[in-house]
Write a protein that binds this ligand. Structure first.
Ligand code: HEM
Length: 599
């Protein structure tokens, strides 16, 4: 029964709930609506089998053979000597009279006929990441049978390397993800596999390495960090609380639109202005997410009803905006070329791809330009804002880290000022004008090279990502049966998920202090030392490793350097900090803070 009450809120409830959470971070007043990790869970498969069982609960099944076929659950590949756990091994006889149910599996979640371990997963849905930590800390690989598929969760770097690199071709994003997301992401890099992906990856990697784009991004990130800083100093003067997560979401959206399209959308302001593109973008993002838990979405789309009707409207708004920018920018590029004023050309990603599209062999039309840009906006916006939010929270809840960071930033400021022969302006924290002048001066000392010297700051961000990875779980499809390095067999058609949230908390990966926030673990003699990307998986690893990693660090370091040098943050009393169970690890109720200016 729980399935029907939980999974059939109305469209309006779903959309209002997600919109409310997305834009204002208010807690959900409608308790029946689950917060769902869109990649992971196939709850639409639950109502059928469960209701069948509940309505028909005197039937006795002998399902071992059929069940194992359906689930791809081949116990022959299971070896208890290896460090993994098969959650939900199938008993030999199933009786749907639940009172007589005989659970064979004592180590893992309870498993039931047809629904496998779905019930325990469902019950633990709101704390799914920690539920997985519990199992993965005991067993490096956890196999969870679900209705009609099997999920394999991995936290052992050797298995992760196998999936993300050694046998990469066998573990694509998959057709289901593509079909659900196509309306928004089209055939952009984030949403395709195989040759289509390879071509885009090659071009985009080359463009991302360009110095022009880096310099332009640095300027944009500096400008928007200062804008945020202005809003915070104003709030501190007025003793006003702010929701840091909301401000950071606005900052990263404005920045990525500027870097991606070359357009100012201006959502970052103290009065939290509305912007049609931003709203349509958030709405579309949420509704495609809802598709993963809404069994009726295809019918709604066909009939143009409810959430799907709103999605169509939002996509139209996004497309109108995007195509108009593409047309305008194409005209500008043509004019620059005609007047030979190439030095005036913009350096946003769109402009670069328009230039590339002039080569007929590139096959880049307006639709592919649209897909390129929207994929970057999706990939880079929430991930960066979420990480910044957790980093601010980590710094303020670890005073010794805040002080060490502050001291690194003060020393850096003095050294850089000396190196640039700049005399630092005097300022008074009570005088907003002098305070703002000094923050501007400090920001002027930050650039790609100088930020590279802030090793402790780099470690603070990386340590935040270890414990609060923006993408907490990342599932892959399985094309062909395979055996993981620890002996676990995986079946074609199932899913294998590497779990950065769990991996960062495993003592077998990080030692006995794995659960503690310790930026020092990343430093050797004061210098930042990277870990293997198969152990620190916040950016994925292998051929599909995040393309925006450097850009993300650049923005996060720029913003945090200014924030942690000039402000002290305190949590609003009784504000609840909790993750939201979504694809991105944002805070369910935002991050409500009060602010003090620092000398
Ligand atoms: C803290 C910030 C970020 C984190 C933690 C992060 C993490 C990730 C992860 C886990 C993936 C793999 C996702 C998957 O399997 O589908 C990914 C892919 C990607 N990221 Fe990021 N990302 C961040 C910021 C950015 C930024 C700022 C950009 C660009 C402006 C970006 C661009 C991309 C792209 C294009 C891909 C797809 C790569 C491919 O499929 O070849 N990311 N990122």
């Amino acid at each position: 029964m729980i399935c029907y009450t939980r999974f059939h809120p109305t469209d309006e409830e779903l959309i209002m709930y997600y919109l409310r959470n997305q834009t204002t971070s208010k807690p959900c007043p409608v308790s029946i609506i689950p917060e769902v990790d869109i990649y992971k869970f196939d709850p639409w498969q639950l109502p059928g089998p469960i209701s069948q069982l509940l309505n028909d609960n005197n039937t006795t099944f002998n399902l071992t053979h059929d069940f194992n076929n359906i689930m791809g659950n081949n116990n022959a590949g299971h070896d208890h000597n290896v460090d993994r756990l098969q959650l939900g091994e199938m008993p030999h006889q199933y009786n749907t009279d639940f009172g007589k149910w005989n659970q064979k599996n004592t180590k893992g979640p309870k498993t039931w006929p047809l629904v496998g371990a779905a019930i325990e997963q469902l019950v633990n849905f709101d704390r799914m990441h920690d539920w997985l930590v519990k199992y993965l800390s005991k067993f490096k690989t956890v196999v969870v049978p679900m209705p009609f598929t099997t999920y394999t969760y991995i936290a052992d770097p050797a298995n992760v390397e196998h999936v993300l690199k050694t046998n990469f071709a066998n573990y694509p994003k998959g057709e289901t993800y593509h079909s659900y997301m196509e309306v928004l992401l089209g055939d952009g890099i984030f949403n395709v596999d195989g040759e289509l992906w390879r071509k885009q990856r090659k071009t985009a990697s080359f463009e991302f390495a360009s110095k022009n784009l880096r310099d332009f991004s640095t300027k944009v990130f500096r400008e928007y960090s200062l804008k945020l800083c202005g809003i915070l100093s104003q709030a501190s003067r007025q003793n006003r609380e702010v929701d840091m997560q909301e401000l950071l979401m606005r900052m990263t959206l404005d920045s990525i639109c500027k870097v991606g399209f070359g357009v100012e959308i201006g959502t970052l302001a103290a009065d939290l202005p509305e912007n049609q593109f931003a709203q349509a973008f958030d709405t579309a993002n949420i509704i495609v997410t809802i598709r993963f838990i809404d069994p009726l979405w295809r019918i709604k789309r066909f009939l143009n009803l409810g959430s799907e009707a709103l999605l169509e409207k939002s996509i139209k708004m996004i497309d109108d905006f995007t195509y108009s920018v593409i047309r305008k920018r194409k005209a500008e590029v043509a004019e620059f070329h005609e007047t030979s004023r190439d030095n005036k050309i913009k350096h946003d990603i769109l402009t670069r791809f328009i230039e590339l599209s002039e080569d007929p062999e590139s096959n880049l039309n307006d639709k592919s330009l649209r897909d390129v840009i929207l994929n970057f906006v999706i990939a880079g916006r929430d991930t960066t804002a979420t990480t910044l939010t957790w980093a601010v929270y980590m710094v303020m809840t670890h005073p010794h880290v805040a002080e060490k960071l502050y001291s690194e930033l003060k020393t850096f400021e003095e050294d850089r000022a000396k190196a640039e022969a700049v005399s630092l302006l005097q300022y008074d924290t009570d005088d907003i004008e002098s305070f703002n002048q000094r923050t501007n001066q400090f920001a002027g000392l930050l650039n790609y090279d100088s930020l590279g010297k802030l090793h402790y700051l780099h470690a603070v961000i990386t340590e935040t990502l270890r414990l609060y990875p923006a993408v907490p779980q990342d599932p892959k499809g399985i094309l062909e049966d395979d055996v993981l390095p620890d002996g676990t067999k995986v079946k074609a058609g199932g899913m294998v998920t590497y779990v950065p949230y769990s991996m960062g908390r495993m003592e077998y990966n990080w030692g006995p202090d794995a659960a503690s926030f310790k930026p020092e673990r990343w430093l050797k003699e004061g210098f930042f030392q990277n870990a293997s990307p198969f152990k620190f998986t916040a950016f994925q690893a292998g051929p599909r490793i995040c393309l925006g990693k450097d850009s993300a660090y650049l923005q996060m370091k720029m913003a945090l350097a200014i924030l942690c040098r000039f402000f002290k943050f305190s949590l609003v009393p009784n504000h609840l900090v909790q993750y939201r169970m979504m694809t991105i690890l944002s805070m369910a109720h935002g991050l409500k803070l009060t602010i003090e200016r620092r000398s």
